[in-house]
Design a protein around this ligand. Structure first.
Ligand code: SF4
Length: 321
């Protein structure tokens, strides 16, 4: 496997800014003054609005549910909602962390809503989802980080939607064994926790989270979970080098991670980290191929890929049969 070195391997990219791409020191300030770069042609996409989009909107409003699609300003929002799917975000819409890439509001959270698990289950039923993705804000204000709330939500979703595939995308719970176990006891099928970026960039891109802690969370889920697939994702375009991406994927494989997603980072607002580069589709293909060679069971790699984008495409017989 030939691996380009760091200086040459911001590979297949269009520089989004002409500043050096080695890390993000000072970028938060710089991005306030720089106009956002024009999107390359491969990131121009239609915004399909269908009657289904309106129905998804109305259902979520009626049941007073949050989605990461909206809160994180996901670029696939129109497509996914128009297809009648969404990723539920539980435990409120206020996060206790302030990651430089994420558009979810940072503020003191409200108390958990005891009936939210039932409302997620009801939305799942009415949307006729066969594969549901449930995520949450980080709740460092709670002793268990919101893990029991995850557990209750999984249980309610399963009770009301027999046979459904349940995927959770969890925060790091500060690597608490008790919290990880609380989620696992509800037996999700897929346990997703995003590494988000390569080791070198983690301190400047993520808030409080650490690279090794995220690997530890995934390792514990793999060791303690039964009949479980683990999954993680990386954003590209933050200034990482190809060899660093390969290293991160290798680290994920070493903790037994089964599924990986690779997608283009897009700056949600001018207050967030700027895009350092637009990674070309062929580079995503190449990295996806490398991921398969590393042994991941399922790989999604492309500019528009997000953790939950087309999540239902991973459906081995053990989940559906
Ligand atoms: S990719 Fe995921 S977060 Fe984005 S709109 Fe689709 S379901 Fe929502």
């Amino acid at each position: 496997m030939s691996v380009l070195n760091r200086s040459e391997s911001r590979a297949g990219v269009s520089p989004a800014h002409d500043s050096p791409a080695d890390g993000f020191g000072g970028r938060r300030d710089a991005c306030r003054t720089l106009p956002r770069p024009r999107l390359p042609s491969w990131l121009h996409f239609p915004l399909p609005t269908t009657a289904a989009f309106g129905r998804t909107r109305a259902l979520l409003d009626e049941l007073k549910l949050h989605t990461v699609c909206e809160s994180a300003r996901c670029p696939n929002h129109w497509e996914c909602w128009s297809k009648g799917t969404a990723t539920f975000m539980i435990a409120g819409d206020r996060c206790t962390r302030a990651c430089g890439f994420c558009a979810v509001t940072t503020a003191k959270p409200y108390a958990l809503e005891a009936d939210e698990p039932q409302r997620v289950a009801e939305a799942t039923r009415r949307m006729r989802l066969r594969h549901v993705v449930i995520t949450a804000v980080a709740r460092d204000d709670l002793k268990d980080g919101g893990a029991e709330h995850f557990c209750r939500t999984i249980e309610h979703v399963r009770a009301l939607n027999p046979g459904i595939v349940i995927e959770v995308l969890v925060p790091d719970f500060n690597d608490s064994d008790a919290s990880i176990d609380a989620v696992l006891k509800a037996r999700p099928h897929i346990f997703n926790h995003n590494l988000e970026t390569v080791r070198r960039l983690t301190p400047s891109v993520r808030s409080r989270a650490t690279y090794d802690r995220s690997l530890s969370v995934l390792a514990k889920a793999r060791q303690r979970g039964t009949d479980l697939y683990t999954k993680s994702g990386l954003m590209l375009g933050l200034g990482e080098a190809e060899d660093e991406v390969l290293r991160a994927m290798l680290d994920l494989r070493q903790v037994g991670c089964d599924i990986v997603t690779l997608g283009q980072y897009l700056q949600p607002t001018l207050k967030h980290f700027p895009v350092v580069e637009f990674v070309r589709p062929e580079q995503f293909e190449k990295l996806g191929e490398r991921a398969r060679e590393l042994g991941f069971l399922h790989v999604a790699s492309g500019p528009m890929v997000r953790s939950s984008y087309h999540a239902e495409e991973f459906s081995p017989k053990s989940l559906t049969g």
